[in-house]
Write a protein that binds this ligand. Structure first.
Ligand SMILES: [Zn+2]
Length: 467
């Protein structure tokens, strides 16, 4: 043997390749998958990882994540929340633009990039907010490495204008202009779709009636609010040729709109999240403010419709919408569901809940993993450098044990928002994360995060290899 040793040989496992599961060994070098070998091939490697009886998957890519850093460190930092990602088998997160200041210019994006690069344990991509930009500003953000753009069709929440400047676009003409500019750039626009005027109407009704319970939250944002906003955005998208990704679809009514627009050839993809696939409004009533999420968790019929939307391909991604808050943030609302801040931690449950869905026969394992790896990678233009186990792809990998259970004990979570994980507390999933590898480096093993701050790299879409 005259070849240099590989950095790592992963041996004995079942590997998820592009075309399905196979017994293979995988050798890593320089942060990449160097070669895929027949099981038991003798090669020299600095470290040998024996994963007999376990499965090797592409590292999970969460395309909808919030830590808001460098603002709000009391809710979680890049380090704490990317450590949680590592523990969840997530090797790349796509951070949304909400921060203070909002990520609405190339200057802010570059400063966020440097902040994240120093602290991140897993890889990260950054979204931009387009609403305060002209064509050149959009191009500057893409040149700086924005992975795509994001808007809300709702107004910025009270007293949070700086966090939402260029991001919250409640007016139809400002939405139309943002779609036109992003379309011209060729980038993708992610939309949080709820109709501001309709929501305002329903919210005022609940406030006037003095309602503060879980029903008030659902009734203040019924599914028609979501469905109408999606229909409007997709109508505009067809007019200007924009490529759209609808964030967190929660209802049958909204899903039907996405499906209808896909059927007439609209360039639209859509996601849902674990909380909409696992829970109903009964759980929101039981859990309280920890289960306050926008848009709301809805009925059992909506939940089943979302699983059907996954099965027929209308929904091609499952994302976390991980949104840590401090206990104090949630408790300041004193149980008032309308006043409580919206969001739940979710990054540590995404992969286990998808493994569990496969174990229960909701979908096959390959389809379950594609929803949280290759589908998002392909839509956002980073496949196959990410989201695939192929020679030459990045060595972002996760070893899972399909036989071991994950039991959610909030006290043992890595997220700083562990005290706000009431929605997921006590859940049991068949399947567990064993080892997480980012760029060829082990960041989680033996139940502990071992990755150092700065292990994660900035994902600059223009610098990636092409298929
Ligand atoms: Zn979100």
């Amino acid at each position: 043997m005259n070849a240099q040793p590989y950095d790592m040989l992963i041996t004995g496992g079942t590997v998820m390749l592009d075309d399905g599961l196979a017994k293979q060994d995988i050798a890593l070098r320089g942060g990449k998958i160097a070669t895929i070998l027949e099981p038991g091939t003798s090669v020299s490697a600095t470290r040998v990882l024996d994963i007999s009886g376990k499965h090797l998957l592409p590292g999970i890519i969460d395309v909808h994540f919030h830590v808001r850093a460098p603002s709000h460190p009391e809710r979680g930092t890049v380090n704490s929340e990317t450590r949680a990602a590592a523990a969840g088998g997530v090797t790349t997160i796509f951070e949304m633009p909400i921060s203070n200041p909002c990520c609405n210019s190339s200057e802010v994006l570059v400063s966020r990039r440097d902040h994240f690069a120093a602290e991140a344990v897993v890889n990260f991509a950054l979204f931009g907010a387009p609403g305060a930009l002209d064509s050149k500003g959009i191009e500057d953000m893409l040149a700086a490495g924005a992975v795509a753009f994001k808007i809300f069709t709702t107004a910025s929440p009270p007293n949070r204008d700086a966090e939402f400047l260029g991001l919250a676009l409640p007016g139809e003409m400002e939405q139309y202009e943002a779609l036109r500019l992003v379309a011209k750039s060729g980038s993708l626009l992610v939309v949080h779709a709820e109709s501001e005027p309709m929501m305002h109407h329903y919210m005022e009704k609940e406030l006037a009636a003095g309602h503060t319970d879980a029903d008030a939250h659902v009734n203040s944002r019924p599914s028609i609010v979501e469905a109408v906003a999606i229909a409007k955005i997709l109508t505009m998208a067809r007019s200007v040729g924009a490529r759209i990704h609808i964030a967190h679809v929660t209802s049958k009514e909204a899903l039907d709109v996405v499906r209808a627009f896909q059927a007439i050839g609209t360039d639209v993809s859509a996601e849902t999240c674990p909380h909409y696939l696992l829970f109903t409004n009964d759980d929101v009533a039981r859990v309280g403010v920890d289960a306050k999420i926008n848009p709301p968790i809805r009925t059992a019929a909506d939940r089943e419709a979302l699983w059907a939307g996954i099965a027929d391909g209308t929904l091609s991604m499952v994302t976390t919408d991980h949104a840590p808050f401090s206990r104090r943030d949630k408790e300041n609302a004193k149980g008032d569901m309308l006043a409580a801040p919206p969001g739940s931690p979710g990054i540590e449950f995404l992969l286990p809940m998808m493994l569990d869905a496969a174990a229960r026969g909701k979908l096959d394992l390959k389809a379950a993993i594609d929803l949280i790896t290759s589908n998002g990678a392909a839509r956002f233009g980073i496949y196959p450098q990410k989201g695939a186990i192929r020679e030459g792809s990045d060595a972002d990998l996760v070893v899972v044990d399909l036989d071991r259970e994950t039991v959610v004990d909030p006290a043992k979570l890595f997220t700083a928002a562990r005290e706000c994980a009431g929605l997921f507390a006590g859940q049991t999933y068949k399947g567990a994360v064993d080892t997480t590898i980012v760029g060829g480096k082990v960041v989680f093993e033996g139940g502990d995060v071992v990755g150092k701050p700065g292990t994660g790299e900035f994902l600059h879409p223009r610098n990636l290899m092409r298929a």
